[in-house]
Design a protein around this ligand. Structure first.
Ligand code: NAD
Length: 342
């Protein structure tokens, strides 16, 4: 069976990572028909928008997309394409597994967390205005519907993946109404799972310290949008950094797979960036497409190449570039047995 998938290379380091990832995914032997479409600043002149309708239509039609990072101007300019795309397609759950990869030097050798981030509201609703010349307001939207939906996703994910606990992360001591509603919604959803999946909550500042000191105490974390964004990068730092942190944006109709990291403009076009995060996003996509054997094989090959440590990028202490790293994974796919050491 051939899977038709929308491929958005993105900008900055995106295109070179997308090339590497496409090559590696094709080398799994799974049939892909890639529909390549572009978004971001580069298409503004042609379409008058960084996210043309045909990009959304392609994802709606194919129901699955693999996406590289897209630059968002800071403090001015167009709204984030990444955020708009998630909202437009109703991709309400941002799922970011964070797992130790042997061979990558980091503080802990047994991190295994899953971040489940609400993806459609909170301060990312984009409702901001100036109040006079010298004050600005951003409105934080939290609804019971979206909060219960993401909490339910976290519990169902926990059940389906044999996870033991869900921790809700909030700041309900200060934002008693908005974060209070998020926490209340998580508690409501947690009740019927009692006895099957444990539930607890943590205030976000304490959560950050706990993750740095004792990540092994945690399992699945469910967070509103902004805390989810920040804690994702913290968690990526526990297992080797942004170069190895994959993600999935899941909705009822479609799913977009993309790394946690951004477009890292200073490395663009240099064949230096680590393709692992986008390739691992491809592994999540293979599972979503019902190709678990290929997903296992590919993840095994990535882990084997990293464990060897000879053909890895600068961020993992190596000296090779994006392309050579991907070549090593392709070579490994051809020669390694299905199951490799965890
Ligand atoms: P970034 O994630 O792009 O990069 C931060 C640093 O992390 C880099 O300088 C680099 O040292 C390291 N890094 C990131 N990806 C790497 C990789 N694959 N290999 C090796 N090292 C890597 O974050 P930023 O600099 O804050 O953001 C740059 C741009 O990306 C901004 O415009 C931001 O809005 C955008 N962004 C996009 C997305 C997305 O497309 N989903 C996500 C985050 C940021």
């Amino acid at each position: 069976m051939t899977h038709r998938v929308t491929l958005i290379p993105g900008d900055g380091i995106g295109p070179e990572l997308a090339d590497a990832t496409r090559r590696v995914l094709d080398a799994t032997g799974v049939g892909f028909e890639w529909e390549v479409v572009h978004a971001g600043e580069a298409v503004m002149a042609e379409y008058g928008t960084p996210l043309p309708d045909h990009v959304l239509e392609s994802i709606r039609r194919n129901r699955v997309a693999l996406k590289g990072p897209i630059t968002t101007p800071v403090g001015e300019g167009f709204r984030s394409v990444n955020v708009t795309l998630r909202q437009a397609l109703g991709l309400y759950a941002n799922v970011r597994p964070v797992r130790t990869i042997p061979g990558i030097e980091s503080r802990y050798d047994d991190v295994d967390l899953v971040i489940v981030r609400e993806n459609t509201e909170d301060l990312y609703a984009g409702i901001e205005h100036m109040v006079g010349r010298d004050a600005a307001e951003s409105i934080k939207i939290i609804t019971r519907e979206a909060s219960e939906r993401i909490a339910r996703y976290a519990f169902e994910y926990a059940l389906a993946n044999g996870r033991r606990k869900v921790t809700a992360v909030h700041k309900a001591n200060i934002m008693k109404l908005s974060d209070g509603l998020f926490l209340e919604s998580c508690r409501t959803v947690a009740a019927p799972y009692e006895g099957r999946v444990e539930f607890e909550d943590r205030i976000v500042d304490n959560m950050c310290m706990q993750l740095v000191q004792k990540p092994d105490l945690y399992d699945v974390l469910v967070l509103p949008n902004l805390y989810g964004d920040i804690v994702s990068d913290l968690a990526a730092g526990l297992v080797g950094g942004l170069g190895v942190a994959p993600g999935a944006n899941i909705g009822l109709e479609s799913a977009v797979f993309e790394p946690v990291h951004g477009s890292a403009p200073k490395y663009a076009g240099q064949d230096r960036a680590n393709p692992t995060a986008l390739i691992l996003s491809g592994v999540l996509m293979l599972r979503h497409l019902g190709e678990p054997a290929a997903a296992e094989r590919l993840e095994g090959a990535i882990r084997a190449v990293i464990a060897e440590g000879r053909t890895v990028t600068y961020d993992l202490g190596g000296t090779v570039g994006t392309r050579a790293f991907a070549d090593a994974i392709v070579a490994r796919l051809g020669t390694t047995p299905a199951v490799l050491p965890a």
